[in-house]
Design a protein around this ligand. Structure first.
Ligand SMILES: *[C@@H]1O[C@H](CO)[C@@H](O)[C@H](O)[C@H]1NC(C)=O
Ligand SMILES: *[C@@H]1O[C@H](CO)[C@@H](O)[C@H](O)[C@H]1NC(C)=O
Ligand SMILES: *[C@@H]1O[C@H](CO)[C@@H](O)[C@H](O)[C@H]1NC(C)=O
Ligand SMILES: *[C@@H]1O[C@H](CO)[C@@H](O)[C@H](O)[C@H]1NC(C)=O
Length: 461
């Protein structure tokens, strides 16, 4: 009783000085970043003069609002690896990722003061890991369908995700976990790799293999093949398809009968119809047709006896100083002798539209020579001086007229001929050929990886 009174007197006597102190923590709220297996000490000290805990009736610790330690109640089981020290601090040894959380210390003070609380946090640093979706790391879509793949990162701190496509980092606007785009081009297939990094340990990586199925795409490098009876002809096409396509060869709409003379060969994506000992009846238009579940594709290839298109040979400019004439040299490949050439020429006026000068046709006979390469030179006379001309050539053997040669531009003395772009012609080859149109060939480039990236970005942004 006396003791209680004393305490009361002290309390009353000291209240003015201690109230302020008792309301303060000398410890500060902290966030402790710890590596796994470290020891962490969370403080909970009142601003008292000594270690004397007389002002604290009880200290309690809560983890994420669950009571884990209570100095006034021994029945509260302190979790393993946790120690509540006399001075109120909480020690956790061999910390585990599961120890990450918010820790609140509560001090119960004597009447009339209520309890006060302070919050701390533990972040157990944890190297990242990553979960790809699809979890198998393999994704298959059809051309044109939507692609969705993701990499869910875990770790403390939370990792950032970066993506690589075919070994190149993708320039995305953020560190997204989900990649979503349309498989608009089969070349978007390949390996997508994600990396999750948080500065703790090595980044975690996962790869997703994207497979895009698509209907057959058939290409051919030569849509027109020259041959002659008795020769051997290779008609070729290339087939890209996923799933693999079935390829058939047709002539007209009839399937080509395969026998010992006519063989269908396959080498990877290259399909060849090999015709031995060509007969005149083999001439015609062949179709390479490829079919899979998703559709079909085809290319037509003409097998013909008419000569290959002629090619003008470059002549030495210094020999061409004549004012009104010009010598052209050309070559034509043909397995069957050339009977005659038609040389067409006219002044070259790039911007004359419909009023373009008419073509002049010269019929040039052949002298006997042996094939299959026929060369010829011819001097056009009566040309205007200081003029640029253009010329093209067609040639005829017993099977008919060839397609026109590429156009050649040349100039009489005094006219300046720049290195023109390569030009090709589209001409109606009939009995009376009329060159219809001259156009510059567009410079085509294979789609580069760069273009692909742009394509991807277009979908992702
Ligand atoms: C923590 O200790 C365990 C058991 O000894 C060990 O397997 C683990 O690798 C340790 N973690 C770190 C980050 O050192
Ligand atoms: C002590 O803790 C136990 C277990 O949490 C609880 O059942 C009991 O009521 C507590 N006793 C007091 C006096 O608060
Ligand atoms: C509280 O007790 C622990 C364990 O004995 C000790 O490590 C720590 O330094 C003490 N804190 C203060 C402020 O005395
Ligand atoms: C081109 O030929 C047509 C028909 O033969 C003729 O009417 C026209 O005047 C000719 N043009 C030139 C520029 O000679």
């Amino acid at each position: 009783m006396l003791r209680g009174l004393l305490v009361l007197i002290i309390l009353v006597g000291c209240s003015c000085e201690t109230e302020e102190k008792l309301s303060e923590f000398s410890s500060h709220p902290t966030t402790v970043k710890a590596r796994e297996n470290n020891t962490v000490l969370l403080p909970c000290y009142l601003n008292t003069l000594s270690n004397d805990a007389a002002y604290a009736i009880a200290v309690r610790w809560y983890k994420d609002n669950d009571l884990i330690a209570d100095s006034s109640n021994e029945s509260v089981a302190v979790p393993e690896r946790h120690v509540l020290w006399e001075n109120g601090s909480l020690e956790i040894t061999v910390v585990q990722p599961s120890d990450t959380g918010e820790y609140t210390c509560e001090i119960e003070r004597p009447e009339p003061w209520g309890p006060i609380r302070q919050k701390h946090a533990i972040e157990v640093l944890h190297s990242p890991s990553v979960d790809p979706y699809p979890p198998t790391g393999f994704l298959q879509v059809r051309l044109g369908e939507e692609v969705r793949m993701s990499c869910k990162g875990t770790g403390v701190p939370y990792p950032i995700i970066t993506w690589h496509y075919q070994g190149e980092e993708m320039q995305l606007l953020d560190h997204r976990e989900l990649l979503k785009f349309t498989a608009s081009d089969r070349r978007l297939a390949g390996t997508y790799e994600c990396a999750a990094a948080n500065g703790v340990g090595e980044p975690a990586r996962a790869a997703i293999e994207l497979k895009i199925t698509y209907p057959p795409e058939v290409t051919t490098t030569r849509a027109w093949m020259h041959t002659a009876p008795g020769h051997r002809a290779h008609i070729e096409c290339k087939v890209a398809a996923d799933p693999l396509a079935t390829v058939t060869w047709l002539k007209g709409e009839v399937q080509v009968p395969i026998d010992s003379r006519v063989l269908a060969l396959v080498d990877g994506d290259k399909h060849t119809l090999l015709i031995r000992n060509v007969q005149r009846s083999d001439f015609g238009i062949y179709t390479c047709r490829a079919v899979n579940d998703l559709g079909q594709g085809e290319q037509h290839i003409q097998l013909s006896g008419v000569p290959n298109p002629g090619v003008f040979k470059k002549t030495e400019e210094k020999n061409q100083n004549a004012k009104s004439s010009y010598t052209l040299i050309w070559e034509v490949d043909s397995y069957t002798p050339i009977i005659e050439y038609n040389l067409w020429f006219r002044p070259y006026m790039p911007r004359s539209g419909a009023n373009r000068p008419n073509w002049t046709k010269l019929t040039i006979p052949t002298e006997y020579s042996s094939g299959p390469v026929y060369s010829k030179s011819y001097t056009i006379k009566g040309l205007k001086e200081k003029t640029i001309y253009e010329a093209l050539l067609v040639s005829r053997n017993r099977y008919g007229w060839s397609k026109p040669s590429p156009i050649l531009r040349f100039a009489t003395a005094g006219a300046d001929l720049n290195e023109d772009m390569v030009t090709t012609v589209q001409v109606n080859v009939q009995d009376n050929i009329i060159p219809l149109e001259v156009m510059s060939s567009a410079i085509r480039k294979e789609i580069s990886l760069c273009t692909l990236t742009i394509l991807l970005l277009k979908f992702l942004i």
